[in-house]
Design a protein around this ligand. Structure first.
Ligand SMILES: [Zn+2]
Length: 177
């Protein structure tokens, strides 16, 4: 078991809100943020969510989107002292991008038995053969992330992508009451 601090939970909640945003757009609900340790404390410098469908871009995963935003913010590809929070265990492509960005710490939510490359199928973020490794911990608010994914795939099976948006729409209206 890993102990997560309250700061970790706060940032993961932010990543989950981005995942819900993806879902409202008919995208698989995965959200990611990059957090920098600024002089005034930690702050978010990159946000991303899954954008594959809308952009017709196979690389538009939440992690890649967040890394790109953080790189633009810093005007540097090196995110050496930064952390990433992502709602789902990164796939091989994203884990590779995290290594390339020199991310210091990775915190993810649900484990991914189909594509997880940070402990499940591969250990890309902790492979001694690569030129960079990072502290990697999974399982933070995993149930919230898994519940979102289940909701998405159930809705998609029932009525396609339009159904997912409609279902989310109804859900957020219901929640506001
Ligand atoms: Zn990925």
């Amino acid at each position: 078991m890993t102990d997560f601090g309250s700061e970790d939970s706060m940032f993961m909640r932010h990543a989950l809100s981005l995942a819900r945003r993806a879902m409202r757009m008919g995208e698989i609900p995965v959200g990611a943020i990059v957090v920098e340790n600024g002089v005034a404390g930690p702050r978010i410098i990159g946000r991303g969510f899954n954008y594959r469908e809308k952009r017709n871009d196979p690389t538009a995963h939440a992690e890649v989107m967040a890394l790109r935003a953080a790189g633009r913010h810093r005007k540097s590809w090196q995110l050496t002292d930064c952390r990433m929070y992502v709602t789902l265990e990164p796939c091989p492509m994203c884990a590779g991008a995290l290594v390339n960005a020199r991310i210091r710490r990775l915190i993810f939510g649900a484990y991914d038995p189909k594509a997880g490359a940070c402990g499940t199928l591969y250990q890309i973020t902790n492979d001694r053969r690569l030129n960079h490794r990072m502290e990697t911990t999974g399982g933070l608010m995993a149930e919230d992330s898994a519940a979102l994914l289940r909701e998405f795939f159930t809705a998609r099976r029932k009525s396609g992508l339009a159904g997912v948006a409609a279902c989310q729409e109804a859900r957020s209206r219901g929640a506001k009451k």
